[in-house]
Design a protein around this ligand. Structure first.
Ligand SMILES: [Zn+2]
Length: 102
């Protein structure tokens, strides 16, 4: 069973957090070292996100598609978000490449 809901604090705060860590309900460590990154939706519109060092490196290594697929669990866990565009891209990617999820 998941104990994910234990740490839930309701609607997400507006403080600077890593987009990925935040959606896992985790505190971003070293919040001052967030890096700006850009994801692109299906029509190529840029969607800015903030990433911690770890996730920034991951995005760089994996590329957007594989990066998002690696974090598909966010879709299962997130109840509310202040980054709807990010979640839309994640959902579209997961739906488009369900076979690639491991
Ligand atoms: Zn992170």
């Amino acid at each position: 069973m998941s104990d994910f809901s234990k740490g839930r604090k309701g609607p997400m705060s507006k403080k600077r957090e890593c987009t990925i860590c935040k959606h896992y309900g985790e505190e971003t460590s070293g919040a001052t070292e967030l890096e700006r990154a850009t994801l692109y939706d299906e029509v190529g519109d840029p969607v800015p996100v903030l990433l911690c060092r770890k996730h920034s490196v991951e995005l760089f290594k994996l590329g957007q598609k594989n990066f998002l697929l690696a974090h598909y669990k966010i879709l299962l866990e997130v109840l509310d978000t202040d980054e709807k565009k990010f979640l839309n891209i994640l959902e579209r990617t997961v739906r488009k490449f369900p076979d690639l999820i491991v």
